[in-house]
Ligand binder design. Structure first.
Ligand code: PLP
Length: 345
């Protein structure tokens, strides 16, 4: 078989959710946008619903519709991008709850679907999504008179506990949401770790469920094992791959492995990431190409059938560091060509 095997441990995701839920002061939702951070939103959400999660979050109404098919009636599906023009039928037919981000979205929702629930997203300093204080002040009375189910905001710097913007956003959210009777939600993974002052009624972890920083004690979730297509001996002085960027400094055994930047193993990993055969790490030799990696396996005692690029010795954050990015980007880039295998489905 020429494709890699991406194994997703739903038991680990469930354990991470339970740990974050035990830390959270109120209820705990689950963020499954971007196909569950590349892990498969339907599988992840069905498993977390079994664990007791009742509130799910995705970025768009289209994602929400797909998720509704997976979950069936019952769980709440909240949409961060709110009620966009063209979303009305999706929101109505799939029972989605838009987080209204502006007075325009509020008007659109209240006139198109007057009886349908909605949340409000407040901007408390990130300047990305949400109503600013004057918009909220102007629309608040009207919105609180209808089926308002959640008031939320999002922290910009929660992965840096000492950052002064955390406290500033907390003060802004506390002030803007004072007196609302709807449940309030403020924290993603990073905010949960900042402590109970940041939790309010519902937390919204994403990356921590999938084993990524800043949840340093998370159980790892993904392993990625790639088949070796070919092995060759390269003499000292010969080069490997595009641009001849690797030169053998000794007699070198090169394994050519099936996966490349088209599968989310981005070119910036070239020369930096390692692949593992059991406990033994082997360096990438030369550039990552679209469908293939070349790996220096000279020091392995035997010729491997496959090599692991994500696993116990190199998790998503270690691979991200080698590539100069963050675990979120590694996970959400994992390509469509892998065969996906689920533990605990
Ligand atoms: C993505 C996102 C989350 C989840 O964030 P993590 O850092 O992955 O836990 C929560 N809330 C909002 C608004 C988001 O966009």
């Amino acid at each position: 078989m020429g494709t890699g095997i991406l194994t997703i441990d739903l038991d680990a995701i469930a354990a991470n959710w339970r740990t974050l839920a035990a830390m959270s002061r109120g209820a705990t939702g689950a963020v499954v946008k971007a196909d569950g951070y590349g892990c498969g939103a339907s599988h992840v959400a069905r498993r977390l619903a079994r664990e007791g999660a009742r509130e799910f979050f995705v970025a768009t109404a289209e994602e929400g519709a797909t998720l509704r098919h997976a979950l069936g009636a019952g769980p709440v599906i909240n949409i961060f991008s709110g009620h966009m023009s063209g979303d009305t039928a999706l929101i109505r037919d799939h029972g989605l709850v838009p987080m209204l981000n502006s007075p325009e979205q509020a008007n659109r929702h209240r006139s198109a679907l007057p009886d349908r629930p909605y949340g409000v997203q407040l901007d408390t300093g990130m300047n990305r999504l949400g109503m600013e204080a004057p918009d909220w002040a102007a629309t608040r009375g009207d919105l609180e008179a209808g089926p308002l189910t959640l008031v939320m905001s999002h922290l910009a710097c929660a992965d840096e506990p000492a950052h002064p913007q955390n406290g500033a956003q907390l003060a802004a959210f506390t002030a803007m949401s004072a007196g609302v009777t709807a449940p309030r939600s403020f924290s993603a993974t990073g905010g949960i770790l900042l402590g109970p002052d940041y939790h309010f009624d519902l937390t919204r972890p994403g990356i921590g469920l999938y084993g990524g920083l800043p949840f340093a004690t998370a159980q790892p979730v993904v392993t990625l094992s790639l088949p070796v297509v070919q092995i060759r001996d390269v003499a000292r002085g010969e080069t490997v791959g595009y641009a001849a960027s690797f030169t053998a400094e000794r007699s070198t055994k090169i394994a050519t492995v099936s996966a490349g930047y088209a599968d989310g193993l981005i070119r910036q990993m070239s020369g930096k990431a390692r692949l593992f055969s059991g406990d033994a790490g082997c360096r990438l030799a030369g550039r990552v190409s679209m469908d293939l990696l070349t790996v220096d396996v000279t020091d392995l005692p035997a010729t491997p059938d496959c090599l692991d690029i994500l696993g116990p010795h190199q998790g998503v954050d270690a691979l991200a560091e080698a590539a100069g990015t963050i675990g979120y980007e590694i996970l959400t880039s994992l390509g469509g060509r892998y065969q996906r295998a689920y533990i605990g489905a």
